[in-house]
Design a protein around this ligand. Structure first.
Ligand SMILES: [Ca+2]
Ligand SMILES: [Ca+2]
Ligand SMILES: [Ca+2]
Ligand SMILES: [Ca+2]
Length: 533
């Protein structure tokens, strides 16, 4: 090598963009703890029809651009919709499980005989129907006494809840009124026909008119529609070419107005690898404070060296088991066992590829990174090139796409001393990353990386009330033990004559215990066991 080249290479070495060293992860002098994310209301969508509508709405069925005019009417910028106009919003109401949304439209409805204007929402998924008819009125004839509100959870045959609400609606529907619905998405794996713990509520000008105990399990798109203008008895073939009367739409809004706690049950799953390989699961029941098992079974897995994590893959609120087997070359096999079938059958088989994470050394965890009600697969490398590396594989694509590949705010961590778990610390619906230092100055400390910022900032950095413990015989996990929507820290002592659970309250900065109890399980203190996680 010529000397000039050697010199240049040496220079380049110094010039190369070295990241500034990340400081050690220690609890700051003033510990950090955060409150829950404020619920709202926060506007997430607002269409005042000042911009070309076609950028945000698509025509449905026989509708086309001739049916619609964007204009100024009654001093407002509006959408004028003539008969057969039918639009669907391109973007759905964001699918965040447990978030309560308020969706409203400010409208003037026509009332001529035979005309049938509506503001409604529907899901694209025909298997998981959630049609919300916010307002559907009938001009002229007192069909269903003028106004229908409805919620359908099946299309064929049509099954739903509906109400004729004519007398609760304003007489002057031809004047401006705001029609709104409030609903809270349920988990995507729940039966669309199941009753919701949070009702879907209907409003006119802010006054509740009706509610039903059903809620959607798939993303809702907004619809604005004006059907036919001819007498009822001549429907549905008449009126297709009518050019009047019109419905006027001044504004459509979506606001986030709150959250409901929707955490999966706080099951504690312990998995032992028998000498013959595979796995044997012992699921402790939180309803009995872990004094009984809800399931003990052999897992249908073959061979040794599976790594395990637990979470809800399909959003049916039953805890599933994620099993990962690194197979070299940056790949791993991942199988998910269905908690609703006692872990006897598979929800997913996948091969995952990770070029920049050392799968063989990584920890696997399951947590909902994007808030869609399905736990994703987190691959955490505690000591990846001097930083903590995390990539999250999306469960809704069978782990084939990454939700994040983060340069986190945390430095490399000693794998013999630190444990990791996912959980929602701030009750925004997205699972954060709990980094637990089991030997921090004689105490156990927790540092929580915020999913909302892509794991680049901390939500908490604090000591817990737990003393320093032995990392070889303690495991950590998270679960919401008091139902406040914040995942508490569950520390599991595997060394005693029984396996013990100690749960620290997220809401008090992990300074108080919610539960300290022996479980039905004996010691789990050898390395054939994976407990929690
Ligand atoms: Ca499940
Ligand atoms: Ca997810
Ligand atoms: Ca969160
Ligand atoms: Ca809690």
């Amino acid at each position: 090598m010529p000397s000039w080249l050697r010199e240049m290479l040496v220079m380049l070495q110094f010039l190369s963009p070295t990241t500034t060293p990340v400081p050690d992860l220690v609890v700051p002098e003033t510990p950090l703890v955060s409150a829950t994310t404020s619920a709202g209301p926060v506007e997430v969508y607002n269409d005042g029809f000042d911009q070309p509508y076609a950028e945000r709405w698509a025509h449905v069925s026989s509708s086309n651009a001739d049916r619609i005019t964007q204009t100024t009417y009654d001093g407002r910028t509006v959408l004028e919709m003539r008969p057969e106009a039918h639009l669907q919003s391109l973007s759905p109401v964001p699918f965040e499980v447990g978030t309560t949304y308020r969706v409203s439209a400010t409208l003037q409805m026509p009332k001529e005989t035979g005309v049938h204007p509506a503001f409604w929402l529907r899901t694209d998924d025909t298997q998981r129907v959630g049609e919300i008819d916010v307002v559907e009125s009938w001009g002229g004839k007192p069909r269903c006494e003028r106004v229908l509100a409805a919620y359908y959870w099946r299309y064929s045959p049509p099954l739903g809840d509906k109400a004729c609400l004519g007398d609760k609606y304003p007489e002057d529907m031809t004047e401006w009124h705001e029609y709104a619905v409030e609903f809270t998405y349920m988990g995507p794996g729940q039966d669309a026909a199941a009753e919701s713990p949070v009702p879907t509520r209907f409003f006119v000008d802010g006054v509740e008119t009706w509610s039903t105990n059903h809620a959607p399990v798939a993303p809702e798109h907004m619809r604005l529609q004006v059907k036919r203008n001819c007498p009822d008895e001549e429907q549905p073939s008449c009126g297709e070419t009518s050019t009047s009367p019109s419905m006027y739409v001044d504004q459509v809004r979506v606001e986030k107005i709150g959250r409901q706690s929707t955490g999966t049950p706080a099951d504690l799953v312990a998995i032992r690898e028998p000498a013959t390989g595979g796995g044997e699961a012992h699921v402790l029941d939180p309803a009995s404070a872990y004094a009984t098992y809800s399931n003990r079974t052999l897992l249908p897995l073959e061979g040794p060296d599976w790594r395990f994590a637990t979470g809800d893959f399909d959003g049916d609120r039953m805890t599933d088991v994620f099993a990962a087997l690194p197979s070299g070359g940056g790949t791993a096999q991942v199988k998910v066992l269905d908690g609703s079938d006692y872990l006897h059958s598979f929800l997913s088989h996948a091969t995952v590829v990770q070029r920049d994470t050392r799968l063989g050394k990584a920890r696997f965890a399951a947590g909902d990174y994007d808030g869609n009600g399905r736990d994703d697969l987190w691959v955490v490398d505690l000591d990846d090139d001097g930083r903590l590396g995390v990539s999250v594989l999306d469960s809704s694509t069978g782990f084939q796409t990454e939700l994040v590949d983060a340069a986190t705010a945390a430095p490399a961590l000693d794998p013999d001393r630190w444990q990791v778990a996912t959980g929602d610390y701030d009750f925004d619906g997205r699972d954060d990353l709990y980094l637990v230092d089991l030997q921090s100055d004689g105490r156990t400390a927790v540092h929580v990386l915020d999913a909302e910022t892509g794991l680049t900032t901390f939500l908490a950095q604090t000591f817990t009330s737990a003393p320093a413990v032995d990392p070889t015989s303690w495991s950590v996990s998270t679960a919401d033990h008091n139902g406040d929507g914040r995942d508490d820290l569950m520390m599991v002592n595997r060394a005693g004559t029984t396996t013990e659970v100690h749960a620290l309250d997220a809401a008090t900065g992990f300074s108080t215990y919610l539960l300290q109890t022996a479980t039905a399980m004996g010691p789990t203190n050898d390395d054939t066991w994976t407990v929690g996680g």
